[in-house]
Structure formats: structure tokens, C-alpha cells
Design a protein around this ligand. Sequence first.
Ligand code: HEC
Length: 179
Amino acid sequence: MKKRWVLALGSALLSSAVMAAPFGEEADIKYSQDLWSALSSAGLVGADAIMSTPYTGQHPHGAVLDTIDAKVSVGGVNDLVIIKRNYGGEGVSKQAVADNPSKYLQAVTVMYKRKGFDADNQDWFWVKYKPDGSLHVNPKGMQLAGAVAKGAKAGCIACHTAAPGGDMVFNHDRYAKGM
Ligand code: HEC
């Protein structure tokens, strides 16, 4: 009986190793750390980060948000990044966030244009950071970095596919093809 258990467990482990997830793998986590360093050097995350005027957000991003478009270099390649800070918690308001952003910051959601990464989805690399640069996880415990969640009905990609202009960006169409 015991032996069969071990065999079943072994084959389960084997099949999960063969079927690599589209996100949250070691390489994604490493890349998300390099991206965080680049954002940090550019003054776009961390204490005293450059911020824009907070605005009222909508689910699943926070109650109050601020969004910044910039360009940063990761691994010697300079490309587009969109940083959305998600604020929430008791007493949150646009004014409260403007006065004390770090008190209400809950997540930093980022889209980075990573050429050749995921041609099906405009080569966006998706990350949901905690304010300290570590990663948020989904209910299955998978770290939210990479093609989140390619092929799934929910997650960054599934929802952002609905953005106008076919560029997966809701706020504008500057990055849409032909613009
Ligand atoms: C259920 C839908 C939904 C999901 C899931 C979602 N987003 Fe968004 N996201 C939006 C909407 C709507 C906007 C634009 C409105 C706003 O500013 O909140 C947006 C805006 C953004 C922006 C600013 C650029 C833009 O598209 O306007 C970034 C960056 C972003 N999301 C990252 C992420 C990341 C990373 C994830 C996954 C961890 C994610 N989003 C999951 C709906 C979603």
C-alpha cells in the first residue's frame, strides 16, 4: 500500500515538472527581480517614488490608483513599462493617498514590454509586486510574475485582452499597432 503511494506521488511530481506553468516559474521570478531593480534605480518604486495624481480605481485594482508610463532597461534592453499602484485600506481616499502614499500602498501591478516573451499577448510581462518588491501569489500559491495567467479564464491577460485598441492597455491606445 505504502509503495503505491510513493509511486503515485512520484508520477504526480514528474508530470508537474514536465508541464511548466506559464508564470511564477524561477526564471519569471528572477526577471521580476531584475525589473524591480530597474524600476527602483529609475525612482519608480520604493520610498519617495515618483507618483502621479491619485484617481478613483475599479476592481480588481485598488480603490485608489496612480499610473505612470515610463521606459526602463532590463538586461540591456530599454522598453516600455506601465506601473499601476493600487491603494486601499481603512480611510483610503484620493487625498489621503496623495498625502501619505506608502501608508495605503497594497500592490504595484506592472506591465513591461519584453520583446519575444509572449507574442500572443503583445509581449507584455505581467507582475503583481508587494510594496517591498516581493511577489503577490494567487489562491494556488503561484507567484504572480510572467504570462499571468496565459490560457486561463481569469487573471491579468484574460481581463486585459478586452482593452480597446488590441494593445491590452485600457488607459490609452498609444502602444496599439499603427498608432
Ligand atoms: C478583471 C479585470 C482585470 C484584471 C484581472 C487585471 N486588470 Fe489591470 N486593469 C484593468 C482595468 C479595467 C484597467 C484600467 C482602469 C484602471 O486604471 O484601473 C487596468 C489597468 C492596468 C494597468 C495600467 C495600464 C492600462 O491597462 O490601463 C496595469 C499596469 C495593469 N492593469 C496591470 C495588471 C496586472 C499586472 C494584472 C494581473 C496581476 C492585472 N492588471 C489584472 C482590469 C484588470
